[in-house]
Ligand binder design. Structure first.
Ligand code: SD4
Length: 332
């Protein structure tokens, strides 16, 4: 008997079935099997990203809506920010290190746990796509610096000047102050981490950044580190981070969030717990920012940040674009 017919005949709704195990037990085997695994309602497709990057989520949605997979959606989604010269924390137009060089970090992870990453990459506008090539075209996971750049050229990427007039000017100004040390503050944000579930229910994620502005040359943050800036487990969900990478690496932040979800926490609860762990190790500090964003297999989302003002953007079929403002943790 088809499921819908059975429901009609028995006068039961799906909710009724779920709360009526006695009825289930008395059904014929054929029907029993269907009822024993009721369809879980999943919000899919869906794309979410850190901060308020509506063009990026719109692009990811465009891919998902056409039936595209989550991996393509997150790659193409974050590429919007990599190409946006007004985003001074990602791709072209990203702020340089203290020696004036723009060095980029990015990673990507798919439903099968495959992943690719580039760190300290220069002169290439789309590090996320190079990271995908590392994942798909090499037996490795991370390529760094000159090697990553050389690999990118071999894969057909073009050499580009990533400094813009604006970031060059800002750098010159910064140098005048001779503050030759890394500035870690709450304004240092706008890294994009994106997570998506496609129509098949598969999850993928990507994260891309130019890192902390005026960092010590050679510094690599959390964003390209699988488990820190990004983690996806197709059975459980995915998480990504933004903010001071050193703190995220210390707690293996995104992996922690996914493991907390595996233990039954909602994405929101998991992000809150992740932030609290970091704050516990930083009693009294209020001068830095960490934000986590997460999605579980059902398409539920959550986000949490040390500071107020953290937002994330969500794109789904029902709600189209919703901007969620997460709560924040205050360290007493
Ligand atoms: C880093 N997590 O390199 C990055 C910075 C960041 O928004 O997220 N900025 O540490």
């Amino acid at each position: 008997m088809k499921r819908r017919k059975f429901l009609k005949k028995s006068g039961l709704t799906t909710a009724g079935l779920l709360s009526a195990p006695a009825v289930v037990a008395s059904c014929k085997t054929e029907t029993k099997q269907e009822i024993a695994s009721p369809p879980v309602s999943v919000r899919k497709p869906i794309a979410i990203c850190t901060w308020n990057f509506m063009n990026a989520t719109a692009k990811a949605w465009e891919v998902l809506e056409k039936g595209g997979n989550a991996l393509d959606a997150v790659e193409q989604g974050v590429m919007i920010e990599e190409a946006d010269v007004t985003n001074e924390t990602v791709g072209v137009g990203g702020r340089p290190d203290r020696d004036g060089n723009v060095t980029l970090d990015a990673c990507i992870m798919d439903k099968d746990g495959n992943c690719g990453s580039v760190v300290y990459l220069q002169n290439i506008a789309h590090p996320v796509s190079v990271a995908r090539k590392v994942m798909e075209e090499t037996p490795h996971i991370i390529l760094a610096g000159k090697g990553a750049e050389q690999f990118a050229y071999e894969q057909g990427f073009k050499k580009e000047d990533l400094l813009t007039e604006s970031t060059r000017k800002q750098y010159e100004e910064w140098k005048k102050e001779s503050k030759y040390e890394t500035v870690i503050n709450i304004e240092n944000h706008d890294t994009i981490g994106m997570l998506a579930i496609d129509k098949n229910g598969d999850i993928a994620g990507a994260c891309t950044t130019s890192g902390m502005a005026y960092k010590v040359a050679g510094r690599v943050g959390d964003s390209p580190i699988i488990g820190a800036g990004l983690y996806v487990d197709n059975e459980v969900g995915g998480a990504t981070a933004t903010g001071v990478g050193e703190e995220v690496i210390r707690t293996v932040g995104s992996f922690l969030i996914v493991e907390l979800m595996r233990q039954g926490k909602s994405p929101q609860e998991a992000c809150e717990e992740g932030v609290k762990r970091i704050m516990k190790k930083n009693e009294g500090r209020k001068d830095f920012q960490i934000g986590f964003l997460a999605i579980n297999k059902q398409g539920e989302t959550g986000g949490y940040c040390v500071h107020p003002g953290f937002t994330y953007r969500e794109y789904t079929e029902e709600g189209h674009e919703n901007r969620h403002v997460s709560s924040f943790y205050q360290n007493e």
